[in-house]
Design a protein around this ligand. Structure first.
Ligand SMILES: [Zn+2]
Length: 705
């Protein structure tokens, strides 16, 4: 195997996925061509208050490809005959679902039947005790807000008989194009249930339970997709898949199966969530869907810890979330809840949505992506996210956030890669891979990474990388000990007072810019490793921070490495024993971000497919598209970058772009899609160069090739 340095290698996974998608007529099914989705999430009251014609006109005016209409499962929005599919109290004799479905179809919109199988009323408790989730005492588990509703269990016949009965009833009566379940698979948590079915399963929360859980998700997914296809061959089922890497089922196996990944990643509140939460989601989808349809729900309602389901959020915040959706390769799904007074007491969200979707429709040919352009991979470690116990109280997401932030500061283009997808066909496009404390790696995954290095690939890893196998069992030695040339010399060491330092031992490109100092910050936690020859940084152990009289290093010099840097043939390897990306996130220390950025630059040896120079905090994506290429720049230069919501945008100035073109591709025109103007460009030695004069919140340079 030879690592291909070029960024334009086709991704066989994507080609395979797309190939199997073509129908007999040679065209792609409708669900792989959609670019806009809309939803007013229907309430029990809507059958007597929502103005169906106005509702359908609104979504048609946004040029959406599909709308969601509620069937539900908690409350029937049509005269259902399925026992225990309770009619809403305002439904009366009306066929509300049918009316909405017909109104949408009249306007040429696809209809997705929305169900919610996660809860059922207390009326069903006695006749169907087997349907419900049970606590340790065997009692059914009531919903936290509405005590008459109880949580259902996905291992029971509720999911294999009751929900399919509703799906088939809807199929038999209505012209639907797809079936969607909200509330299943469960978002962000694995079920803990002691019902008769679950008693036969491995212990809740264990790795063995996760395997069974993931199997059940696939089994139900197949069952529901089969039912959707009983109606029409190109109908489909898809479920709701939460946000971030912390989704519940194995995303690799689910991504291999499904043609539509929907992210219930609706937005942030006034907390300290970074703005890139939606782009990060797009990277997760890219890793497991490889170009198949991924949608991200953007709430126009007020998201956050304190919620107003029926009031609009800041339109700038919603707009940035949609910018990130499309920049990262997903399809936006605009969402509001309830239609009091015809189409909402608060209608402020409607015009911004119309403006945005119409802009997108005008330029949609540049949003059909073929493949991402990046030569840097970021291993997303789903098992580490679900099972690794960090040495602190808090979220494992901190490792990802810190590394992500450093990569944004360094303006790198990168893809996420799932740990179950480390084969040659996926890794060959990457010059380097990052393992941000990817603690759980199987023997096979370690062998794949070793093969990647032997073929010339480079790696950057931190902290407890490979110290656990895929079953979360601790190894005595790093699984990648030989690859990085490291040996464990002790257990995790934390900080009591003043964190450790990294003493500069010799010059190295990863230390560029550190002048006039003999040391830089270390990290909050580290794994001691054995001495290596010619260290670049050595550990000065932590000591007392208070009182200041004692705040000096009793041991100013050791031979314990604070980084291990290695070259093996064409491969470059960097291992940081400290959790430096997380420490950067927690401390905000700019030295640690610089160290990480320098390290990535050294791994890539100056080989970047796209270089963007200019002021400001940005995130960027580059795609090969059906129309040519597209470079997306998101402007995060905003006081709300680390704390929602965005109130106004602060434009940044000129961004100078230099982008590598694959051989034989000629660019005819460069258009800025937000500014809606063409800009000059020139091509030299296989690189195209142009300057984007200004970015308000978002800009897309579309290259017609
Ligand atoms: Zn159960």
């Amino acid at each position: 195997m030879e690592i291909n340095r070029r960024q334009f290698v086709a991704i066989p996974g994507a080609a395979l996925a797309a190939g199997s998608l073509f129908s007999a007529s040679g065209s792609m099914p409708w669900h792989q061509r959609i670019r806009r989705v809309g939803q007013i999430n229907m309430t029990e009251h809507d059958p007597v208050t929502l103005n169906v014609e106005e509702w359908a006109d609104y979504w048609a005016s946004l040029k959406v490809d599909a709308v969601q209409v509620s069937v539900t499962g908690i409350l029937a929005f049509y005269p259902s005959k399925v026992p225990f599919h309770k009619h809403g109290k305002f439904l009366g004799d009306r066929d509300f679902f049918g009316d909405c479905c017909r109104a949408a179809k009249k306007r040429g919109l696809r209809v997705l039947a929305r169900m919610s199988p996660d809860l059922e009323w207390e009326d069903a408790l006695e006749p169907h005790p087997e349907w419900f989730e049970r606590n340790g005492q065997g009692a059914p588990v009531a919903h936290t807000e509405e005590p008459k509703l109880y949580r259902t269990c996905m291992f029971t016949t509720y999911f294999t008989e009751h929900i399919p009965a509703i799906m088939r009833e809807v199929n038999s009566r209505y012209d639907v194009d797809g079936i969607f379940t909200n509330g299943w698979p469960p978002l962000g948590r694995l079920p803990v249930c002691y019902c008769e079915q679950c008693k036969k399963l491995p212990k809740a929360g264990s790795m063995a339970y996760w395997d069974k859980f993931s199997e059940r998700v696939l089994e139900l997914w197949d069952l529901y997709d089969g039912i959707a296809k009983e109606k029409k061959a190109d109908n489909l089922y898809f479920g709701n898949l939460g946000g971030s890497i912390h989704c519940t089922a194995n995303l690799k196996t689910l991504g291999d199966k499904t043609y539509w990944f929907n992210c219930d990643n609706q937005g942030r509140g006034g907390d300290d969530t970074p703005i890139w939460g939606c782009s990060l989601q797009g990277r997760v989808c890219g890793a497991v869907m490889k170009g198949k349809t991924s949608t991200n729900v953007t709430a126009a309602w007020s998201t956050g810890a304190i919620r107003w389901r029926n009031a609009s959020k800041s339109p700038q915040e919603a707009q940035m979330w949609m910018n990130e959706t499309v920049a990262s390769g997903m399809v936006p799904w605009y969402h509001f809840i309830g239609a009091e007074g015809g189409l909402g007491e608060d209608r402020r969200w409607q015009e911004p949505g119309r403006q945005y979707f119409n802009w997108l429709a005008r330029h949609e040919k540049h949003f059909f992506n073929k493949r991402p352009i990046a030569n840097l991979g970021f291993v997303m470690g789903q098992r580490t996210h679900l099972f690794y116990k960090p040495p602190f109280t808090g979220s494992v997401q901190q490792y990802v956030d810190g590394m992500y932030y450093a990569l944004l500061e360094g303006r790198f283009l990168f893809d996420f890669v799932h740990e179950d997808d480390l084969g040659v066909e996926t890794l060959e496009k990457y010059k380097a891979l990052i393992l941000p404390n990817t603690a759980l790696l199987s023997d096979q995954q370690c062998r794949q990474l070793q093969a990647y290095v032997e073929a010339g690939g480079s790696l950057l890893a931190t902290f407890e990388m490979s110290l656990y196998n895929e079953r979360n069992e601790r190894r005595q030695e790093f699984g990648l000990s030989e690859v990085f040339g490291i040996q464990k010399a002790g257990d995790v060491t934390g900080t009591n007072g003043n964190a450790y330092y990294a003493r500069i031992e010799r010059k190295h490109p990863i230390l560029d810019g550190f002048t006039n100092t003999n040391w830089i910050p270390g990290a909050e936690y580290r794994i001691p490793v054995k001495p290596v020859g010619e260290p670049v940084l050595s550990v000065v152990p932590g000591y007392v921070a208070y009182p200041p009289e004692l705040s000096y290093p009793p041991k100013p010099h050791t031979d314990e490495p604070a980084v291990v840097v290695r070259e093996r043939g064409k491969s470059r390897l960097i291992y940081f024993p400290g959790d430096i990306e997380r420490t950067m996130w927690r401390s905000g220390h700019t030295d640690l971000s610089r160290l990480l950025q320098n390290s990535v630059h050294w791994l890539l040896a100056g080989d970047s497919p796209v270089v963007i120079e200019g002021d400001g905090a940005i995130e960027s994506f580059a795609w090969e598209t059906e129309a040519g290429f597209a470079l997306h720049i998101l402007n995060y230069t905003n006081p709300a970058m680390h704390r929602g919501w965005i109130r106004e945008f602060f434009p940044i100035g000129a961004q100078k772009v230099r982008m590598q073109l694959p051989e034989g591709r000629r660019v005819k025109r460069v258009e800025l899609l937000r500014a809606e103007t063409d800009i000059p460009f020139h091509v030299r030695n296989g690189f195209i160069e142009f300057t984007i004069p200004k970015v308000v919140d978002y800009e897309v340079a579309a290259l017609y090739a």
